[in-house]
Design a protein around this ligand. Structure first.
Ligand code: AMP
Ligand code: ZN
Length: 117
């Protein structure tokens, strides 16, 4: 199957893995949209949120808890969790993934977009 994220799971495509267990994997986005931008994926190939089935609740929970743990490790005070769904929703890789975005400067701290990653 020609899927970039399955390639990362199989270690055929390189990525810096920041979290992994039997269900999920997380790595930095190659084109970051925030000072910290991590992608969390299920190891299982599920195309998108629109393709979820009843038996996928555990894997979705695992993805969200992994994002929460990574955000805590990176000491992000606030962050965004985003699922893009379908082309009209901005999804470009057809393997379900959660974007963890954060690390912006606090207003008034005199820094611009410091990188806490
Ligand atoms: P989306 O647009 O929601 O489908 O997000 C897919 C994301 O995957 C984009 O933000 C890409 O920059 C990112 N991406 C694509 N290829 C890679 C890769 N090889 N390693 C890390 N991130 C990638
Ligand atoms: Zn895949």
């Amino acid at each position: 199957m020609d899927c970039i994220f399955c390639g990362i799971v199989q270690r055929a495509i390189p990525a810096t893995v920041v979290a992994e267990d039997e269900r999920i994997m997380a790595f930095p986005d190659i084109h970051p949209k925030a000072p910290v931008h991590i992608v969390v994926i299920p190891k299982q190939h599920i195309e998108s949120i629109a393709h979820l089935e009843e038996n996928h609740s555990d894997v979705i929970a695992a993805i969200i808890y992994a994002a929460k743990r990574i955000a805590a490790e990176k000491k992000l005070e606030g962050y965004k969790l985003v699922f893009n769904v379908g082309r009209l929703g901005g999804q470009s890789v057809d393997h379900l993934h959660l974007h963890l975005l954060g690390g912006w400067a606090k207003p008034g701290d005199g820094k611009k977009g410091f990188n806490v990653g």
